[in-house]
Design a protein around this ligand. Structure first.
Ligand SMILES: C[S@@+](CC[C@H](N)C(=O)[O-])C[C@H]1O[C@@H](n2cnc3c(N)ncnc32)[C@H](O)[C@@H]1O
Length: 314
């Protein structure tokens, strides 16, 4: 669809085709993008929508396109939230309600290929589920379980699908609150969180500790933030620290383990992730085949997280 209200005809815009909306419904998925432009995008979380925008002009443009898209597809949102994307991370703010019932609970449940996840528009900048990881979650779900290590776990979506695949999971995140939301996500999917481990600590410190104890994992998720502060205020900067993080993770990787490398850092391309992996393999005498999931139907190229799977050979 090309809404007639497009203000800048040269800007690439993508509205989700009605046929893809139907495919998501058939796949039991109601968390996906429905619009992307360089300066704004709209995500669907169940009956609610979240518009992220970098300037007021793009916000207005997306909103008029949305009215047309809903007319065309028959989709009707319950509530619309808006989130301004600032230039600097420290200026980030939580979403605000633009349209809909202001008294309804801000927490809701969405479905991702049949798996349920809690979403909370009052929880801060991120609502609780990264929809651009859909294909990687599906790959974990098909992985056959084993021992799953989910680092920077946030609300534990990778752990939930690992557990649904029959795996024993360990989730690590600095935020106790996020891990509590992770436990709730386990319960939502009839999984007993008591059978899984949740470690509220700094990944950089926990990985060597697990290695010293001789723990080994069949699947490891490494999806660090671009920048964060860990224990004792230690800075983690993904471009500088991803290689050392992967070297630590390789110490924990069982033979033929699968490792997911993922980043939202726009300065790290898929190529750069391959380069990081090659250096880490040299240091640890491991080797792997590279694998990338096909692009998602709701994300234009070069949008969403950069991800690379390592299927270890030894
Ligand atoms: C980008 S989110 C991860 C998203 C997650 N992989 C998913 O798909 O839902 C980053 C998470 O890393 C956590 N974090 C940041 N620095 C950390 C550190 N040094 N050790 C452990 N967790 C950290 C944050 O609390 C946040 O929950």
């Amino acid at each position: 669809m090309q809404p007639s209200s497009r203000a800048n005809p040269n800007a690439p815009q993508l509205w989700l085709p009605a046929e893809q909306l139907a495919r998501f419904a058939a796949a039991d998925t109601d968390a996906h993008r429905l619009f992307t432009s360089p300066q704004a995008w709209i995500e669907r979380f169940g009956d609610d929508l979240l518009l992220s925008y970098k300037d007021d002009f793009s916000r207005a443009d997306a909103l008029s396109g949305l009215a047309e898209w809903e007319q065309l597809t028959g989709f009707r949102h319950r509530r619309l939230f808006g989130k301004f994307i600032p230039m600097h991370n420290e200026e980030r703010v939580a979403p605000v309600l633009i349209e809909g019932d202001g008294t309804a609970p801000l927490a809701t449940i969405v479905r991702d290929s049949g798996t349920q996840f809690g979403v909370d528009f009052s929880a801060g900048y991120s609502a609780g589920l990264f929809i651009d990881q859909r294909a990687n979650r599906a790959l974990v779900r098909q992985s056959g379980g084993g021992r799953v290590l989910n680092t920077f776990a946030y609300t534990c979506s990778f752990s939930v699908v690992g557990a649904l695949a029959g795996g024993e999971t360990v989730s690590i995140d600095l935020s106790r609150k996020s891990l509590d939301r992770g436990r709730a996500n386990f319960a939502l999917n009839a999984l007993d969180p008591a059978g899984h481990r949740f470690i509220a600590d700094d990944v950089v410190e926990v990985l060597p500790r697990l290695a010293r104890r001789g723990e080994r994992f069949d699947l490891i998720v490494l999806d660090p933030p671009t920048f964060s502060r860990g224990n004792q205020g230690r800075r983690f900067q993904v471009e500088r620290d991803f290689e050392a993080l992967l070297v630590s993770a390789l110490e924990l990787a069982a033979p033929r383990a699968r490792i997911l490398l993922s980043t939202n850092c726009t300065r790290l391309s898929g190529r750069a992730l391959e380069g990081i992996a090659r250096f880490a393999f040299k240091a640890t005498r491991r080797s792997a085949d590279f694998h990338t999931e096909p692009p998602l139907p709701d994300f234009p190229r070069e949008t969403g997280a950069q991800t690379l799977w390592l299927f270890l050979r030894n």
